[in-house]
Design a protein around this ligand. Structure first.
Ligand code: FAD
Length: 474
């Protein structure tokens, strides 16, 4: 018989729980492995410029090529999930079991529940696993079985739980059990090619090998200085693992284990591992409170009167607010599909506090652009910045974009990289170009208000208004 392995956001061979379990099953039962990917456009409705989609599909394509080297095809089926699997079963009517890594939140969770019944109705046994997080949403609970709503006690409990061990897989052994197949639908397969941007090169590396090599580079070069380096956006101070974790070209256990087992400064390792735990925490909050996609976690702030100013929103999206650090962040997002964490905090704070625009609009915009888009982390990050989520920044502590800029981009290198209009501005004015004397503006051909926008709002005024907005709501 055959065994289906349904890949979703886990395009790797190493430390893939569903895959290694499926292989053990085949070794015991003399069955053959059939690999499947369902092209489900529902996940990309919000995509605008397509970078997010392109990165994801390029990963799928790369994985398909690796499957071919193994002697099989990653079967691509398109459309409604049930219909897609009907096509698979038509070709592989001896399927006796299906293995996949679970989605435990949002639409994916509903789909998995529905498909479990659908397979069982056809006498296909379902084997599903928590694989995408170090500890899944149901694994770190209080003694009474309820969830933690604050990160620090969650993290204390998280640390005390034994960490799952990595599952190594032999490529040769896997090769013995894969079924020699042909694509079912040529058009679905060529859709992947098209959506991945074809041969057009991407700025970012993709795939399992790239993920591992980036992890190695980070451990060798970035980990030691991570607690400070992670705050300096002009430096490569962070691991850049998020896009690989998102597409599952590396497992979170592999990242965790590699860092935990490295010799080196314990506090640096701890600082990094804490962020991996944050990923689990936000996923747990989202899984247990799915409404937080549209609704404030904190009940007290559900009726805040956010602004809906289209023009300001547009300026923010395009990186034309007149605050260089904010604009640099937004332009990095638009160009690269990724933004440094410090900038995610600064730009989110600017949208929600300085412009007082609804955090949902910001969350949505990030969702449409980020190659590492993860609903749990994105919603968590936005609600944090807007002071309406778990552990949120208190509403009266408003980020000052100029102070942030001076502190984390001292020489303005990050700003100059992304805001080309300001490339000749001296370090004296790079954080506040509106203070530059007219004469100097003329000299470097950067007239504020013409070549680069004047500040969209006055930070000090807006800060007071934002604090009032929250105060009056209480
Ligand atoms: P590193 O600093 O190297 O961190 C390592 C890993 O830890 C990351 O890959 C990520 O998986 C995890 N991590 C780090 N910081 C956080 C955090 N604050 N919350 C949750 N997990 C974290 N991260 C996403 O993966 N997807 C998102 O859609 C997303 N949206 C965000 C929105 C806002 C407003 C904010 C403030 C943060 C958001 N983050 C999101 C978290 C964080 O900015 C990114 O995970 C990080 O920038 C990714 O780069 P890195 O892999 O180099 O991070």
């Amino acid at each position: 018989g055959s065994v289906l392995v349904w890949f979703r956001r886990d395009f790797r061979f190493q430390d893939h729980i569903a895959l290694s379990e499926a292989l053990s099953y085949c070794q015991k039962n003399e069955s053959e492995l059939v690999f499947v990917f369902q092209l489900n456009r529902r996940f990309f409705q919000e995509s605008e410029n397509g970078l997010r989609q392109q990165y994801f599909m390029a990963t799928v394509k790369d994985f398909g090529e690796r499957c071919r080297k193994l002697g099989t095809e990653l079967l691509i089926v398109e459309g409604d999930t049930e219909k897609a699997f009907q096509q698979v079963l038509k070709e592989h009517d001896d399927a006796e079991a299906v293995f996949f890594n679970l989605d435990e939140a949002g639409y994916g969770k509903e789909r998995d529940q529905k498909m479990r019944e659908w397979f069982e109705d056809r006498e296909i046994r379902v084997h599903s696993f928590q694989d995408a997080y170090i500890h899944g949403p149901n694994e770190v609970l209080k003694k009474d079985g309820s969830i933690y709503k604050v990160f620090s006690p969650y993290y204390k409990a998280w640390k005390q739980i034994d960490k799952p061990v990595i599952k190594k897989l032999s490529f040769d052994e896997l090769g013995k059990y894969v079924r020699k197949t042909k694509q079912i639908s040529k058009s679905a397969a060529s859709e992947i090619e098209k959506l991945s941007g074809g041969s057009k090169s991407m700025d970012w590396e993709i795939g399992e090998k790239a993920a591992r090599s980036q992890l190695k580079t980070f451990i060798e070069q970035g980990l030691e200085n991570y607690p400070d380096g992670r705050n300096i956006p002009s430096e490569k101070g962070t691991s850049l693992m998020s896009r690989y974790l998102k597409t599952g070209t590396i497992s979170p256990r592999t990242v965790y284990t590699a860092v935990a087992q490295t010799d080196g400064d314990e506090s640096s390792k701890e600082a990094y591992i804490r962020e991996l735990a944050f990923r689990d925490f936000y996923q747990m909050i989202y899984a247990s409170h799915p409404k937080t996609k549209d609704q404030e976690f904190l009940e007290a702030y559900r009726s805040l009167q956010w602004n809906q100013d289209e023009r300001m929103l547009q300026a923010w999206k395009e990186g034309k607010t007149g605050y260089p650090i904010v604009d640099a962040g937004m332009r990095q997002l638009n160009h690269e599909g990724w933004m440094h964490n410090r900038l995610r905090m600064i730009t989110a704070s600017f949208l929600t506090k300085d412009l007082m625009i609804d955090w949902r609009l910001g969350e949505e915009y990030f969702a449409s652009k980020l190659v590492d888009y993860d609903p749990g982390s994105n919603i968590g990050g936005w609600q944090w910045a807007a002071s309406v989520g778990t552990d949120a920044v208190p509403y009266f502590r408003v980020f000052n974009p100029v102070t942030q800029s001076k502190r984390f981009d001292k020489d303005g290198n990050y700003i100059r990289k992304y805001v080309s209009e300001l490339k000749d501005v001296s370090p004296l004015y790079i954080h506040e170009p509106w203070k530059m004397p007219q004469e100097e503006q003329r000299e470097i051909s950067c007239m504020i208000g013409k070549d680069y926008p004047a500040p969209a709002v006055d930070h000090q005024e807006q800060r007071k208004k934002a604090i009032d907005l929250f105060k009056n709501d209480k």
